[in-house]
Design a protein around this ligand. Structure first.
Ligand code: MG
Length: 168
C-alpha cells in the first residue's frame, strides 16, 4: 500500500469558465492558470504522482510549455494514472477537500464525484469530495484543493528485483 498527497491553488479570474473536478460549473469567474486551472484534478494528479515517487505535475507538464496552454487537466490525470498502473498499483480510494468562498460546492459534489470516478475508474463510493469556506484565511479570490490517494499493489513483479533461482 502507498499513500499520496497533493495540494494546489488557483486564482479566480473573470471571463473564463470554472472547471473543478472535470466539471464545468456556472459561475461569474473561473480559475486562471496555464491549463484549464482545474485545481481539484491537479491536486489528485499530484497525489497519485507522489504516491509512486514520480516527478510532480509541474515537472511533467511545465507551465512554460506551450503544449499545455489551456490543456484539459484530464490529460495530466491520465498520465499520472498510467504511471501508477505501470508501477503495478491500483487506486483504492481518493479523498479531497476544496477550500473556496464561492460557488457552493455541495450542490455539485455528486457531479464532481461521478466525473472523477469516470476519469480514474475508482468507484464513486471510494471518492471523497468535501468543501469548506476559507474562514479567516484571506484567500477569498482563490480555490484551494487538498487530495490524498491510497494505492494497492496489484502486480507482485512490477518494480521488484528479479529473484535468484533456488539451488537444486
Ligand atoms: Mg494547478
Amino acid at each position: 500500500m502507498k499513500i499520496g498527497y497533493g495540494w494546489d491553488s488557483h486564482e479566480f479570474k473573470r471571463g473564463i469558465p470554472l472547471k473543478i473536478g472535470g466539471v464545468e460549473i456556472a459561475h461569474e469567474k473561473g480559475l486562471g492558470g496555464h491549463s484549464d486551472g482545474d485545481v481539484l484534478l491537479h491536486a489528485i494528479t499530484d497525489a497519485l504522482l507522489g504516491a509512486i515517487a514520480a516527478p510532480d505535475i509541474g515537472t511533467l507538464f511545465s507551465p512554460s510549455d506551450p503544449r499545455w496552454e489551456g490543456a484539459d487537466s484530464a490529460v495530466f490525470l491520465g498520465e499520472a494514472l498510467r504511471r501508477v498502473a505501470a508501477a503495478g498499483y491500483k487506486v483504492l480510494n481518493i479523498d479531497s477537500t476544496l477550500i473556496l468562498s464561492t460557488p457552493k460546492i455541495g450542490p455539485h459534489a455528486n457531479a464532481l464525484r461521478d466525473r472523477v470516478s469516470q476519469l480514474t475508474a475508482v468507484p464513486p463510493d471510494c471518492i471523497g469530495i468535501k468543501a469548506k469556506t476559507p474562514e479567516g484565511m484571506g484567500t477569498e479570490n482563490a480555490a484551494i484543493a487538498h487530495a490524498v490517494v491510497l494505492l494497492q499493489k496489484i502486480s507482485t513483479t512490477a518494480g521488484r528485483k528479479p529473484t535468484k533461482k533456488p539451488r537444486s
